[in-house]
Design a protein around this ligand. Structure first.
Ligand code: MG
Length: 453
């Protein structure tokens, strides 16, 4: 049986790997497993978003579930609304940061967090069995629309901020929304915080004419230029569904996800000694250092935002984060939230009255490099076995992929949960060391591909 769910939801190329028939039956499966009850639904600006959300709604209604359609909003806005609308589930039509040709489905439980693996498996089994709940003609579900979600979500975020202090600073912020749903919330949030807002790629367009939806340094060069030419204090880039935010300092330099995450860790956790930070093995030495300085304990997990969310909820953790720029702030909600993360960095710059580059400069310094290597999609497991063989006897962590530790730094080699590729991610005390370690990882992946061919 083909595994449908990746690290975070189901993703496929539009009308090829992901078809209307599949999404219809997924809707029937989701309604059968998570219903009966009200289900909140939303989409990002991707191509196929209307098509897939209509058939998803049809599938859900046929099982007797009713749907509240929240329209075009970020994934974290939907997640925020699911418990507030007393829904039994949420469905987001999105492929997050994948290239434009993809779309996909994320499924949330009644608490707004993406459903755990067991529920994904139940939905898959239901999908493959074809034994769906079929409502009696009088009990077909209803659809209603709610356009209050953006206001409620922004009010929620602002309740955690020192709004007055931020407003007094009148920061200039350039926001790059990747032509997707971040544009529905973050420019408004920044204006509410008294910022002078310059927006880039803020018209919704599923062809993503401005840039690739993943906010990697190479994809947001234009943002760096705009920050400089506008003499802005901060640049912010979202991914396609705005659960992540990447930052650019006032010199136009892109911050590593670990750096913005570290700033938030040190400010949030130092206010509450003994707090618990939940983060995957992909987080680096910098996060360990700032957590220790803040008197916090780290609870390590395997890589994946869903795992971090559930762990935060389970142990009542104080903060969560990933090296890709995803920060989880449980007093707001225990999920990755791009607009909340953006607001936290803006608050830090405003209240500490220092340029972002200086705040980052004060952090302990490590360098990292990340390289993607395409692999045959059906060979991911065989490649992992080969990698485990090559690294046998080295100091390593095999909780998720292989993390090789040495005195100079570390290399993490692991498969992407959503795409046919492996990543080599390395960290060292100089850029040269990080690059060299990363290359070692890439060489190992290539050697493994040769071995399993
Ligand atoms: Mg995303």
């Amino acid at each position: 049986m083909n595994k449908m769910f990746g690290t975070n939801g189901i993703r496929g190329t539009i009308n090829e790997e992901l078809t209307v028939n599949m999404v219809l039956n997924l809707g029937r499966a989701i309604g059968s497993v998570l219903g009966p009850g009200q289900i909140a639904l939303a989409r990002d600006s991707r191509m196929g978003g209307v098509m897939f959300s209509r058939v998803m709604i049809a599938g859900l209604l046929s099982t007797g579930c009713s749907v509240t359609d929240l329209g075009l909003i970020p994934t974290p806005t939907l997640q925020f609304m699911v418990p507030r609308l007393n829904c039994v589930a949420g469905v987001m039509v999105t492929a997050s940061h994948n290239p434009p040709v993809f779309n996909g489905i994320k499924v949330m439980g009644s608490n707004g967090i993406e459903v755990p693996r067991e529920i994904e498996n139940q939905i898959e089994m239901k999908y493959h069995s074809g034994e769906f709940t079929v409502a009696d003609w009088k009990n077909i579900g209803q659809v209603d629309y709610d356009d209050s979600s953006i206001d409620q979500y922004l009010t929620g975020i602002k309740s955690h901020l020192d709004v007055e202090s931020i407003r007094n600073r009148r920061l200039t912020v350039v926001i790059d929304c990747a032509n997707s749903v971040g544009a529905q919330v973050t420019p408004q949030l920044l204006r509410d915080l008294g910022c002078k807002v310059v927006s880039l790629n803020s018209q919704l367009d599923g062809t993503f004419p401005g840039r690739n939806p993943e906010p990697l340094p190479d994809n947001i060069v234009e943002l760096g230029r705009m920050v400089k030419s506008a003499s802005a204090d901060i640049g912010i880039a979202h991914d396609g569904d705005a659960d992540r935010a990447t930052f650019v300092d006032e010199t136009g330099t892109v911050l590593w996800g670990d750096q913005s995450f570290a700033l938030i860790v040190s400010r949030v956790l130092s206010k509450k000694p003994g707090s618990i930070l939940v983060t995957p093995v992909s987080s680096g030495k910098l996060i360990e250092d700032v957590a220790e300085q803040a008197g916090a304990k780290i609870d390590w997990t395997v890589v994946g935002s869903v795992v971090v969310s559930h762990r935060l909820a389970e142990i009542n953790g104080d903060l969560g984060g990933e090296e890709n720029g995803g920060v989880f702030y449980p007093p707001h909600q225990s999920v990755r939230d791009g607009a909340m993360t953006a607001a936290q960095i803006v608050e830090i710059v405003a209240t500490e009255r220092k340029p972002l580059s200086q705040l980052v400069g004060e952090l302990p310094e490590y360098f990292s490099t990340k390289v993607k290597v395409p692999v045959p999609p059906d060979k991911k497991e065989a490649i992992l076995q080969a990698l485990l063989g090559f690294t046998d006897g080295m100091e390593r962590i095999t909780m998720d992929g292989v993390k090789i530790l040495n005195d100079e730094g570390w290399i993490l080699i692991r498969a992407s949960g959503t795409e046919p590729l492996y990543r080599s991610f390395a960290e060292g005390k100089t850029q040269e060391i990080a690059d060299r370690l990363c290359k070692t990882g890439v060489d190992m992946i290539n050697k493994a591909i040769e071995e399993v061919r």
